[in-house]
Structures are given as C-alpha cells and as structure tokens.
Design a protein around this ligand. Sequence first.
Ligand code: DUC
Ligand code: ZN
Ligand code: ZN
Ligand code: ZN
Length: 496
Amino acid sequence: YEYDLVITNGVCVTAADVASYDIAVKDEKIVLLAPSGSLAGANAEKIIDAEGGYITPGGVDCHVHLEEPAMFGKGSSSDTYETGTRSAIAGGCTTIVGFAPQQKKEPSLLKALADTHARAKGNSFCDYGFHMMVGNPSPEALSELKTLSENEGITSLKIYMTYAALQIRDDQILSVLLAARSNRMLTMIHAENGDVLNWLTDQLESKGLVAPKYHSTSRPTILEAEATNRAIALSSLIANTPILLVHVSDPGATLRIRQAQTAGQPVFAETCPQYLFLTRDDLDAPGFEGAKCVCSPPPRDKASQDAIWTGLRNGTFTVLSSDHCPFNYDDAEKGKMTCITAENPVGKFREIPNGIPGIETRLPLVFSSGRLALTKFVEVVAANPAKLYGLYPRKGSLIPGVSDADIVVWYPEGRRDITITNEMLHHATDYTPYEGRTVGNWPRFTIIRGKVVWDRDNGGVVGEKTFGKFFKRGPSSLGRIWETAQKQGAFDVATL
Ligand code: DUC
Ligand code: ZN
Ligand code: ZN
Ligand code: ZN
C-alpha cells in the first residue's frame, strides 16, 4: 500500500485554520493533506470516510492524576493507567501527561519517577509523559532536576501551596523556581492558601458545618486570588522562570494573571471543564451527593464561569485540561464515602478526597458548547498543551511530515444530542459529575500514530493497553524564556 490510512471528506481544524482536506498517513505520521475527495481512490490499507465531519488533532491532556497514593484527603484513585487512558481515548484524547508524585516523606524524585514508570508501562492505551510532583524540595531532590530534564524527558514540575502531604513554604517555592530555571523546566503551581483554608475548616467544623457544600465555604475565592498573586510575586523575583497556574477558577485570580501577562511576565494559566460547567450549587445537592463535585478549587458561580470562558477566548488561559482525579462515590474504603460515619451521616468535607473524573468528557463538552471558535478549541485542548509541555509539533497539530497521526474524526454536523451517562464512559469510576447533560457531538474515531484505537460505532475501544508510548519531552516551546534569560546573562542566578 502507498498509505497505511486515508481519511477523506473531512473538514480539518487546527489551531490556525479550518479547511477541507483528505489526510494520508504512513508509518505513524501524517504525510499529506490533499484537496478534499482527491484521495478517495487511494491505495491505502484503510480508508475512513469522514462524511463531512470535523477532524481535529487528538486531544492532549496535560493534567491527569492516575494511580496516585492518597494525598488529597482520605481515599485513593479509582483509575489506574489502564482504565484512565482507556477513558481518554474514548473521549478523543491521544496523549496525556500524568504526575510522578513525590510526597513530603520521600527524599528522591528519581525514585518517584521510577515507581510511576512501573505503574504506567504496558498499561497505557494512549501516549504519555510525566510531570514531577515535588512535595519535598530538599537540596538533594532539586539536584535531581538536571537528570530529570536532560536525560529523563521530564521538563515540568508541580508544586502545591496547600495539602498537608504537599504544601511548601514561600522560601521553598523560590528554591524550586530557581532550580527549575537552571534546568529549563516549567513550574506548575497549585495556588490556594492552605493555612487559611485549614483555619476556615476548623471554624466550620467547630460549628458542626461539615456537609459537602461547606467545602466551598472553606475555600472562598480570595484564597485562590491571594495565592495566585503570591505565586506571581514570588516568580517575579526569579527573572525569566515561567510558571503555569493550574486549574484557575476565580475571576480575581484570572485578572491578576492577565495583568502579569500584560506586564510581560512569563505567566501561563490553565482552566478545566469543572469551572465552565459546574457551580457551587452542585455541591449543595441533597445528602452526601454534593461530594461528587468536591474538587479544589471548588466550582464557583455563574458569573465566574462566564469570566473563565472570556479568559479562554482572550488568551489568558493557555490550556484547558481535565484535572482528571477520580474517586468512587459509593465506596467507603477508598472513595468519597470514606468520611461517612454514624456521627457524620452526611460526611465530613475535610476528609472527602478532592477531585473528579473528566478525562473522557473534556473534549465533547467543550467542542459542542458553542462558546469557543473551533480553532480556539484546538488551540487550548491540543496545540498549546503540546507547545507548553515540549511535545509540539509532533503532538497537537496536523502538519505533514512532522506530526504524529493523532487524529479525532467527529460526527458530521447536525446535533446528535448525546446524553452523557456514566454507563457509556470507560473509566473505572462509579459516577460522572456530568450525568444527564447533553452534548452535540462525540469523537467518532480516535486515531493514535495512524492506528484506530476508538471506533464508536464498531467495537468502541479497539486499541490496546500496550500501545501507548512514553514520550520524553523537550523544553517548553512557548515564549523561549530560557534563551532570553541566557542572553540577559541571568541564567544561573536570581536577579534580586
Ligand atoms: N485538585 C483536585 O481537585 N484534585 C487533585 C488535586 C487538585 O489540586
Ligand atoms: Zn492542583
Ligand atoms: Zn490536579
Ligand atoms: Zn463502550
């Protein structure tokens, strides 16, 4: 055969363009974009007729928690690499970046990385990489960043301003930012004021206010805005070290990020579907039900949702990730219900594991929302994540000769009104926070490196858990920050 795969009659959407092309794939790469219909009779092993449907690059989800130990409350993840990535491909996601978690009590980052590799290897339906999650930024741990960045392809790390197992002090944040800069790494920051939310939690508990909805009360938006401001202020002391504020939910935090960007600081930001589609009212469901939407930061109000959509459209948010961090609901051993006791029949929000599933619903929810131009959609779910995390242009685009053939074929237009139910999803979690919502489209085919791994109408998941490859990532290609720093002679020292 001349080609391994040909897709005809599709409308290709990239971050830059919407245009009708036929696509040819050979040896895992996109090799040709040809005039629409011209490849209908091509000599190809497999031909897919897109019937006028949109074709996008596969989703790149760079914020995914799988098989991590308990860190976000009691309980532990309901998804393994196998079940989480199975869910990913069924929702059009072709690459994920998960976390290699180092907790406070562990000294070595390299050990945490090795353990994570062992969990993922041979167990991933899609391609994958890892961020380092740094819970203990000891001098020894920070000295390992060089190996991680130069040899292991780990070019980003995440730090936390909350959670007992992970929270670090401001001086430790500075040490991380400095070490990250020396090693051309991007620092992801979870910005919530942990001390204040613990104090508010104590106050609420002393009044007996422990139902799920008080999770939201314990985390007013000012805690996120304050921590975001602090992270930006600290990063300004270490010139030219890029930071990414993860899972931003609050308009005040968004405004502060926009100001820093306008002032030329290398500040990037991420948001997630839960801040576009859920509100705090979802935590106020009867009984313990609200626990299904407990994540941090918590969903806010309608006006906040609108501000987050605006931030996506105007470029304040670089990426839209799932923050898939699933826990079973009806599970008293490892899930949300671990905190239900005779004394607390509606649970105790302090102990509810923080996080919700969403790896499979991210693309369909946002694609069919009608609130983002399709080019913008591709930018924030595929192209920018690949650029930000050193996977571009191999991932996140449809460039002949360059991009891997990671492709989603959507259904032809005309609303399909697919109702989301947990039953149709492929994670190992017993609920979805989006149960009963209707979306207008869904990935019909998901293709990774030229292989169909999801065929919604013929077999569903047809890929294999041994197919996903680990990708060593290069430095972030957004902003070329490190080169600028080097030119200014500010590379290895903090410019104070
Ligand atoms: N927030 C969550 O909701 N879950 C995992 C970690 C986080 O920051
Ligand atoms: Zn976080
Ligand atoms: Zn997270
Ligand atoms: Zn299925």
